[in-house]
Design a protein around this ligand. Sequence first.
Ligand code: GDP
Ligand code: MG
Length: 441
Amino acid sequence: LSDRLTSVFSSLRSKGRLTDADIDATCREIRIALLEADVALPVVRDFVSHVKERARGAEVSQALNPAQQVVKIVNDELVQILGGETRRLRYAKTPPTVIMLAGLQGAGKTTLAGKLARWLREQGHAPLLVAADLQRPNAVQQLQVVGERAQVAVHAPEPGNGVGDPVAVARGSIDHARRQQHDIVIIDTAGRLGIDQELMKQAADIRDAVSPDEVLFVVDAMIGQDAVTTAQAFMDGVGFDGVVLTKLDGDARGGAALSVRHITGRPIMFASTGEKLEDFDAFHPDRMASRILDMGDILTLIEQAQRTFDEEEAAKMAGKLVSGDGFTLDDFLEQMMMVRKMGPLKNLLGMMPGMGQMREQLNQVDERDLDRVAAIIRSMTPAERQDPKMINGSRRARIARGSGVSVTEVSNLVTRFFDAQKMMKQVAGGMGIPGMPGGRK
Ligand code: GDP
Ligand code: MG
């Protein structure tokens, strides 16, 4: 994808404005990227049209070319959607906090139960793992092994009682947790290979029996396009508060994350990244966004472009200051605004010989003053800004009225400008700085 986008970039590079054609061209590539990342088609459609809207309304950036700007909007939007509402586990006011896991068979619930238990134990909690998956023959044993590795207690039905009732086990586990001073209960439930009414009913029954503080939907990142139907079915059948994405160590590009988030509106809280207990992390929206878009290098380029732009602006201004040529009121205003925006100019000036005095003056710029100064300068005509000598008494009065300040203030500003201009000429005459843009070579 990166290659294709780079070619879109170069074809758009020279243009200054974000046109519909620019946006469409870039969005076509974005669409392909999302589909390749296995984001579900309806989600791709919604997302792309949303981005188009935002891109149309966006101000044209001076730092980025149109394609870069669209990519940046896409990335920002993706991070925001994936990360909006990111939140921590909610703990019950009165322990135990009950966390119930739901998801298809093989999604990674049992593994996740162990990871979560270990993670919570390391934070000083005393979790209890509950085996409410009595469907598969080895499920209870599997959880017991996981519990041992995580060094966490496991609550399971007594062996030899025939097929147990998962709802009863779950309900009983809460009392057990209270008696044994467990402050967190993690309920591992059964899954099926596909969506199944009986399964949904069992999960809903367990939910009703224990009123969990959190129901977490565990979903395999490799599920791809099916993420939408699966998430929707669990949302309707059981309901859930948060999402855990598993098997992110695989080569899935993670489109499921966007699909599930988009369809259910529920936050993705954790990421499972391997079979070992420690392969577990909070969910990072920015990492997921660049994984889905698969253009980390392009995003790095965009960041660099923005940084370079800021530096160039600073250098350009410093160059004008040094040469003292054509220094106008517009520059004066821009200079002051830049001082507010950026430390680097001050630093830049500080590094230049003979600029100490200038830096002093810049330091004296009162930030609150800037808005008034800006208002005054903006009330001047372009001709006045270019050649402030023409600003006579009647012009001063007009400018004062236009900017809502006194005539004295306008006069003071003009005087300050002439001082600055004079000083700059002196400085420029007194030295040559090789290599500075606009300076002497
Ligand atoms: P459950 O049926 O939902 O309880 O799923 P399991 O926890 O039994 O996991 C199913 C399989 O996926 C097991 O072989 C796990 O070792 C494996 N698994 C679970 N989570 C991950 C993960 O994050 N990465 C990888 N590579 N494998 C995982
Ligand atoms: Mg299981």
